[in-house]
Design a binder for this molecule. Structure first.
Ligand code: ADP
Ligand code: ADP
Ligand code: MG
Length: 668
């Protein structure tokens, strides 16, 4: 085993590798950019080496600097994590030439498999099914049209060097082809520095199923079962699980054998993932092979009990793969949610800044792989993923329930996050039924007409949580300040029950709350339902409340402001207004509070770089039209018009840096 390695990455995965190394007694060197000088991996590693610069090109993508760092600090090997240089054959080659070990496959294997066209060819030679398409980059629009005539619409344009879903475009009909080709080429050139794209038939509403493999120097290859990663937004995975409801023993055996064949034929070494899509009729097609550790590897670790980082290091160190296929057993079920700094309410724009509060969920079968803590800064330069939440259960439903409570208690302040959005996904009836496709989010969560009302039972839980907090924190304090008239001239007669009226959106709930003889126990009457509620002592802190409702523990996130309490639970985010009956009589006649918004200007929703301005002064624009494209955290986001009007003034040009709230345009 190595005695010291360099971790050429940042964030969550750097922390994961460092923790894994600590367990094995391997010392670690973290590298960091200016922006990351006080990041979690830097504090956790045995040593830290400053690469300088903020931008990836100056730091985590700078091959020379990283190899120098490994030499200077006396490391024997480099772990590239995922992203950055992990699939860069030149870097793997330079590492080897510097006399260091690259923890991953050999450079030429990365080169072959990293080219999707070459990888498809190799798969086809092994009779692995591939999506119908064209086995070479298309040079011209005419050639593209000729190819499509053979395979038929709809098609998908794909960058050969692709990754992270970047540049891919679906084309449904001939008239969309020209502009789609142009946009795909542009994005591909920008993201990968090469614009070769190819065409493949677009499989409608498939599942994404992938197989984890491990291979050693002696040509031994095994697979560790599948992961289902169908819950995606813009081809990026959000929720992953292992095993998959769509894969039975027979299919697992078939896909696993093909994944192993491909790895063997490619001369693969170390951990890798073979990705497939599965159509409605259980046909599967090879997509690509990722020659590195995947973001979602923890779900495989949770069901197999193996540590993939450990195996990566052991294989890279020359050890034999002693695991045999019959040793691999998938036990129970694991689900992972990627926790990202983004704002689902504003079209998922990245969110940046200082994390002012950060409290991870704790508990049995809950694992959090995080790259941040309170006080961390989320920067524009890097990916928006902060952490991963992984939950295990004896079966899928148990894992899902643990995940719901864990997400309910995940508290992040300072930046927006997708915690509640992830919870919405796993609470959706179609998710519960396991009806997953890569269109799940678009079909079930983003379409206005697909939105479901929250289940009454969950709303009731939220009503009880908010009303109880109001009762304990506000009403009791206020009542204690009343003249002590009940105490004058006799014993105090405590009230037997308290009535409240709680309103949220158009729902109005009449509540009767009764304190039980045991301390911290309550009975709630809500319409014709009665609930027994317990508050474990000291379980309301950091804005999180734990309540045992009818013997089931539930976590809530709450934030109160007088009669208004904002609550998040099971993916539902709502504000509740709580009144005593006599207050309610008055409150219901009050006009709703007025909102002040600036409608005649376009403000930047985030800091970033102006990439494109789609309109000019004098243009007529309509509400929701995308006017400006801003790049931030590797993502391009369009900023939409807040109103219908005419562009009066433009205060920016492409290339400008902008801050949150800066006025970009004015309207008439
Ligand atoms: P990347 O390198 O960006 O990961 P992939 O080829 O792995 O690209 O595809 C990413 C995602 O795009 C898949 O998980 C799937 O959702 C979708 N996808 C890719 N190819 C097809 C296809 N031919 N038909 C339908 N969806 C596809
Ligand atoms: P901390 O995050 O360290 O717990 P807070 O600033 O959240 O500190 O406030 C202290 C306590 O008061 C919290 O633990 C919480 O129980 C409660 N609290 C204060 N303000 C609010 C609020 N607006 N909403 C909900 N709880 C609050
Ligand atoms: Mg992929």
């Amino acid at each position: 085993m190595f005695s010291k390695i360099l971790v050429a990455n940042r964030g969550e995965i750097a922390v994961r590798i460092i923790r894994g190394c600590k367990r094995m007694g391997v010392r670690t060197v973290a590298v960091y950019s200016d922006a990351d000088s006080r990041s979690l991996p830097v504090t956790l590693a045995d040593e830290a080496y400053h690469l300088g610069g903020d931008r990836p090109a100056e730091s985590y993508l700078n091959k020379e600097k990283i190899i120098d760092a490994a030499r200077v600090t006396g490391c024997e090997a480099i772990h590239p994590g995922y992203g950055f240089l992990s699939e860069n054959p030149a870097f793997a080659r330079m590492t080897a030439e510097a006399g260091l070990i690259f923890i991953g496959p050999p450079a030429d294997v990365i080169a072959t498999l990293g080219d999707k066209i070459a990888a498809k060819k190799l798969a086809a030679e092994l009779n692995i099914p591939i999506v119908a398409g064209h086995p070479a980059p298309v040079q011209s629009d005419e050639e593209a049209m000729a190819v499509i005539e053979k395979i038929g619409f709809p098609v998908l344009l794909k960058p050969a060097a692709g990754g992270g879903g970047k540049g891919m475009r679906v084309v449904m009909q001939p008239q969309e082809l020209n502009s789609a080709l142009k946009l795909c080429r542009q994005e591909t050139r920008k993201a990968f520095g090469d614009d070769s794209i190819f065409i493949e038939r677009y499989i409608e509403a498939p599942r994404h199923i992938e197989i984890q493999v491990l291979a050693d120097h002696n040509g031994r290859v095994i697979h560790l079962g599948e992961r289902e990663c169908s819950i995606q937004r813009r081809y990026q995975k959000i929720i992953e699980e292992s095993p998959s409801m769509a894969v039975d023993e027979e299919l697992r055996r078939k896909m696993g054998a093909m994944a192993c064949d491909l790895a063997l034929r490619a001369g693969y070494r170390n951990a890798g993932t073979v990705e497939f899509i599965l159509d409605r009729n259980q046909n599967f097609y090879f997509l690509e092979m990722n020659t590195r550790l995947q973001v979602e590897h923890p779900v495989t670790e949770m069901v197999t009990g193996l540590d993939l980082i450990e195996w990566q290091l052991r294989i890279a160190g020359g050890e034999k793969l002693t695991l045999k296929p019959e040793d691999i057993r998938l036990t129970g079920w694991a689900i992972e949610a990627r926790i990202c700094a983004e704002d689902p309410a504003r079209n998922f724009i990245p969110s940046m800044g200082l994390i002012t509060r950060y409290a991870e969920p704790l508990g049995d079968n809950i694992r959090v792989d995080s790259g941040v803590n309170a006080g961390s800064r989320v920067h524009v330069f890097y990916d928006s993923m902060l952490a991963k939440l992984i939950c295990w259960g004896t079966d899928r439903e148990t894992a899902r329930k643990t995940m719901i409570q864990a997400l309910n208690g995940y508290h992040i302040e300072g930046v927006s996050s997708n915690v509640d959005f992830a919870n919405q996904v796993i609470n959706h009836p179609a998710f519960i039924r396991g009806e997953l496709t890569t269109d799940f989010i678009a079909d079930h969560l983003l379409r206005e007409d697909a939105k479901l009302p929250p289940p009454l039972e969950q709303l009731h839980c939220m009503v009880m949580a908010t009303t109880l907090i109001y009762h304990l924190r506000v009403a009791l304090v206020r009542n204690s300040l009343l003249p002590l008239k009940s105490q004058v001239g006799g014993a105090m007669t405590p009230e037997k029950y308290h009535d409240y009226v709680t309103k949220s959106e158009n729902d109005i709930f009449n509540i009767r709350l009764r304190q039980m003889p045991a301390e911290l126990e309550w009975e709630f009457q809500l319409g014709d339902k009665t609930y027994q509620v317990k508050t474990p002592p000291l379980e309301f802190f950091r804005r999180r409340l734990k309540l045992i409702i009818n013997n089931e523990p539930n976590m809530f996130r709450l934030r109160y402001d007088g009669n208004f309490i904002e609550a998040a639970f099971c993916g539902i985010i709502r504000t509740f207004e709580i009144y005593e009956p006599r207050e309610w009589e008055l409150a219901r006649y009050m006009p709703p509070p007025a909102r002040r918004t600036r409608e005649n200007v376009l403000e930047s929703p985030m800091p970033g770089l102006v990439v494109e301005i789609n309109v000019k002064s004098g243009d007529r624009v309509y509400r929701g039209q995308e006017l400006v494209v801003i790049e931030s955290m590797k993502m391009e986001s369009a900023v939409a018009s807040p109103c219908d009007g005419i562009v009066d003034s433009i205060h920016i040009k492409p290339g400008d840096t902008v801050e949150t709230g800066m006025v970009l345009m004015g309207f008439k």
